[in-house]
Write a protein that binds this ligand. Structure first.
Ligand code: NDP
Length: 463
């Protein structure tokens, strides 16, 4: 039953908004990002929730916003000097109504329970949008792989898995990578899991290809963002990205592959960034150099300008007040691919002023609520993360299928399936937004479509 979201009783909507606001925990700053993610979804679905009583009769909101469980553990590992170091590990198993818990592991000093609850919550609806039988979860640690030797990373990963293995399994919970967790970390984690359990099974995705990984998993998230954006531009009657200047933030897995796919389709990506600064290269970012600096040397982006004198390096200290330099450069389309809340209202206004027509989120929740509101208010196309970056988890789902069947798909097959999935997600959320009276609102479309799938499964499965 589709309802017009604009025709819901104002009084009831006001009460619902008060209830949503009451969910913020003022005594826990850690939970702010979780509240931000939850608030966006609940505001999108409130009119549907108020109109279709089966959701309130089954207390779906109260059940959906609480993780099934949060596992928190101590990780003791040996550093290069044989000194014991201690970090905290987590796994948030949020919701498995649609399938085994699925979501990445993040190793970064900023990791805490609030960050992982936000990421796990987002993951529930994102995984639902792929149409695959996947639940939502997320995990990680405050361990920082930056500056560590391979031995130290291995030592940490082994210790982390010694605890985590008790709670995961190919039909129970299947982690993958995220910030700070790439093929190296997944390899060490998988190796330890295998030693402990003697099981050679698809318990992690993002594995290197030669021991069970899927072709295209490294590229999947970045490529997927571009496929979805191209479809969104087509549906909204805008020019394609071909020949257009694009701005990208980040220089990790998602950003590198978004830049690569932009080149494949004839666009010109002119920026990238890391936690210390940004590069603006007006002729187009030198992708080979970027890969060498980031994947091989794990160096700072400042190095880039030593090779390209015409490129400008902008350190964080020179960023516009309250903003990020990348978004102040003229572009047709923008792709935030680094981290949460990296695109602020100040940045959104600069994008609008400079004639940008589209923003697609490669990172998880990179735009603040004020930025989204400014972007949508100015009539730009906006693809939210849970749809735009779902390509990574989709190919992780394909990796699980290949592992279960003991087969390997070709690169072309994975790419075709990925492209179909992203196009399907885009048309699905555009259609949902249309059906519910908010055409062109891909945020509401994604939240409603994902929510309905998960909520209907929860109702069907009972308590
Ligand atoms: P990587 O670790 O490969 O890269 C992260 C990038 O973001 C690096 O360039 C890093 O710079 C930068 N970065 C991290 N923190 C900050 C910060 N506080 N300020 C500015 N820049 C920062 O991670 P991924 O590319 O895998 O992930 C990027 C985003 O995409 C995350 O939001 C992640 O959750 C999301 N995502 C990733 C998926 C995947 O398949 N990998 C799937 C779906 C979403 P530096 O090197 O200096 O730290």
């Amino acid at each position: 039953m589709a309802i017009n979201l604009n025709q819901v009783d104002e009084k009831k909507l006001h009460k619902a908004k008060e209830y949503i606001a009451s969910l913020r925990n003022p005594n826990c700053a850690e939970d702010d990002v979780f509240f931000q993610a939850m608030e966006e979804v609940l505001l999108s679905i409130a009119p549907l929730y108020l109109s279709d009583h089966k959701y309130s009769e089954n207390s779906i909101v109260q059940r959906l916003i609480k993780p099934d469980r949060i596992i928190k553990f101590k990780v003791e590992w040996l550093d290069r000097n044989n000194k014991i170091q201690v970090n905290t590990g987590y796994r948030v198993q949020f919701n498995n109504a649609l399938g085994a818990y699925k979501g990445g592991l993040r190793f970064h000093p900023s990791v805490n329970e609030g960050v992982l609850k936000f990421l796990g919550f987002e993951q529930i609806l994102k995984n639902a949008l792929t149409g695959l039988p996947l639940g939502g979860g997320k995990g990680g640690s405050d361990f920082d792989p930056k500056g560590k030797t391979d031995f130290e990373v291995m030592s940490f990963c082994s210790a982390f898995m010694r605890e985590l293995h008790k709670y995961i399994g190919p039909r129970m919970d299947v982690p993958a990578g995220d910030i700070g967790v790439g093929a190296r970390e997944i390899g060490y984690l998988y190796g330890e899991y295998k030693k402990i359990t003697s099981q050679y099974e698809g318990v992690l995705t993002g594995k290197p290809f030669f021991f069970g990984g899927s072709l295209m998993r490294p590229q999947a998230t970045g490529y997927g963002v571009i496929y979805l954006t191209e479809k969104m531009l087509e549906l909204e009657g805008k020019d394609s990205l071909e020949g257009k200047i694009c701005t990208v933030s980040g220089s990790g897995n998602v950003a590198l592959h978004a830049i690569e796919k932009l080149y494949h389709i004839g666009a010109i990506p002119v920026t990238c960034s890391d936690s210390k600064g940004a590069i603006y290269d007006p002729r187009g970012v030198d992708l080979d150099l970027l890969k060498e600096l980031k994947l091989e040397k794990r160096a700072s982006l400042e190095e880039y300008s030593k090779f390209h004198k015409e490129a400008q390096y902008i350190p964080v200290s020179k960023y516009p007040k309250g903003g990020h330099a990348v978004w102040h450069i003229e572009c047709y389309a923008a792709f935030p691919c680094a981290t949460q809340n990296e695109l602020t209202e100040v940045d959104a206004k600069a994008l609008i002023k400079n004639g940008c027509i589209s923003v697609s989120e490669g990172a998880n929740m990179p735009s603040t609520p004020e930025a989204i509101s400014a972007i949508q208010g100015a009539g730009l196309c906006f693809a939210p993360a849970k749809a735009a970056n779902a390509g990574g988890v989709a190919v992780s789902g394909f990796e699980m299928s290949q592992n279960a069947q003991m087969i390997r798909w070709t690169f072309d097959k994975v790419e075709e399936e990925l492209k179909n999935t992203m196009v399907h997600i885009c048309t699905d959320i555009a259609q949902t937004a249309h059906d519910y009276g908010v055409p062109g609102n891909y945020v509401d479309g994604a939240n409603i479509s994902g929510f309905k799938r998960v909520a209907d499964a929860m109702i069907a499965e009972g308590i």
